[in-house]
Ligand binder design. Structure first.
Ligand code: ARG
Length: 398
């Protein structure tokens, strides 16, 4: 019997996939689940997979790897999609795919399968990722292939095969959660005019009901990677978890956007990314202090391109790797501390400091310590404006 490794979350879709692959495709199914901050119950998941016929169950805690190898590189790159989305879901996919392919190779499986729908970005990330890593693996996307047309039909199918589903627990929203944030869509959110109801939020307080008093934080970065919070060295997991808590309590990191999916569909998505919002802002402030103008301006374009590659499922591409090499080089001096203030949904930078600071108070001051050569400005301005003066003299003033 051929073997397939299924990326399994234990939710309705992948639970039905697990049975369907056995019943309709006559495959032996091994499941693989990755804990990246969604809070999996390992024991429950294991027994659920086994009772639905999995021949073997893999569950791995990949939280640390997720932050070190995917999230922090994207943070250093300043990666975002369409200005607002900090790529929580999108960054998790290549990590899961890589581990899935490794399990498939270890198991000698012929195929991998996932529970993504046929309209979203995640199927692209899974399949382009898996085939970039191992082009010999077959890719199975049951949700694109089966004839179950609705959630109700899936629930019927699950009941028929005694797959435990708590339909009441199935919320009308689709929620994807990891350490870098939460993505929420479907249900009432499909109307982009409709304000999200307060119960959808998983991590953040309503900014209107958040504390009246400001919370100050000091974040230390070492070559663009956050390592310390308020003078305390923290592991990546501790640091991000802590910032999600503090940011969430202050209502920081909510995004409500309409975005362009890779397949051409516009979709409305709500994101919550407290830690990411604080860290991106603080990191940017430190770059503003330590990078020269040319580097800063050039890097902005890289941030956008990097974010698009992540969004588009091209993590395992030569361009992403080359951009990462550039980013790594750019971060050599991005070491120092940033002070931020959180208040009612807002996060503001209020101070920054670095041994590599390029800020020179004697050059910046308007006081009597001023060391800037004012006369030099005149020559510069003469030359800077020269082409336009020539043009104006030729009568082309407008
Ligand atoms: N739109 C986001 C992306 O493509 C998130 C997709 C998953 N969203 C969800 N609510 N399940 O990365």
């Amino acid at each position: 019997m051929e073997k397939v490794v299924l990326a399994y979350s234990g939710g309705l879709d992948t639970s039905v996939c697990l049975k369907w692959l056995q019943e309709e495709r006559h495959l032996e199914v091994v499941t693989f689940s990755a804990e990246i901050g969604q809070g999996l119950n390992f024991e429950e998941l294991r027994s659920k997979a086994l009772s639905s016929g999995a021949s073997k169950v893999y569950i791995e805690d990949l939280r640390e790897k997720f932050l070190n190898d995917y999230v922090f590189p994207a943070l250093r790159a300043g990666a975002h999609y369409e200005d607002e989305y900090l790529l929580g879901t999108a960054l998790g996919r290549p990590l899961i795919v890589k581990a899935l392919v490794e399990v498939a190779e270890m198991e000698g499986a012929q195929a991998v399968a996932h529970g993504c729908t046929g309209k979203g970005n995640d199927q692209i990330r899974f399949e382009v990722g898996a085939s970039s890593l191992n082009p010999n693996l077959k890719l199975i996307a049951p949700l694109r292939e089966w004839s179950l047309g609705s959630r109700e039909e899936e629930i019927d199918y699950a009941r028929r095969y005694n797959i435990p589903v708590s339909a009441s627990k199935e919320s009308p929203y689709s929620i994807d959660k990891n350490l870098w944030g939460v993505s929420i869509e479907c249900g009432a959110l499909e109307d982009p005019w409709e304000e999200p109801s307060s119960e959808i939020y998983q991590l953040t307080a309503d900014p209107g009901k958040a504390p009246q008093k400001s919370t100050y934080l000091k974040i230390y970065f070492e070559e663009g990677i956050p390592t310390r919070l308020d003078e305390k060295d923290l592991s990546p997991i501790e640091l991000v978890t802590r910032l999600n808590e503090i940011g969430g309590k202050n209502g920081v990191g909510r995004v409500d956007m309409v975005e362009n999916r890779r397949l051409g569909i516009k979709s409305r998505e709500i994101y919550e990314c407290p830690a990411g919002t604080i860290l991106h802002l603080a990191h940017q402030a430190l770059e503003a202090l330590t990078l020269d103008r040319e580097m800063l301006h050039f890097k902005k374009a890289v941030s956008q391109r990097y974010g698009e590659l992540v969004y588009d499922g091209l993590w395992f591409s030569p361009l992403r790797e080359a951009l990462d090499a550039f980013i790594r080089e750019s971060q050599k001096n991005v070491t120092g501390t940033v002070r931020v203030k959180l208040l009612k949904g807002r996060c503001e930078v209020v101070g920054r400091q670095s041994d590599y600071s390029l800020y020179d108070e004697r050059l910046a001051t308007y006081g009597k310590e001023d060391a800037f050569d004012h006369q030099a400005a005149k020559g510069f301005i003469d030359l800077w404006g020269l082409p336009y003066r020539v043009k104006a003299m030729r009568g082309g003033g407008k």
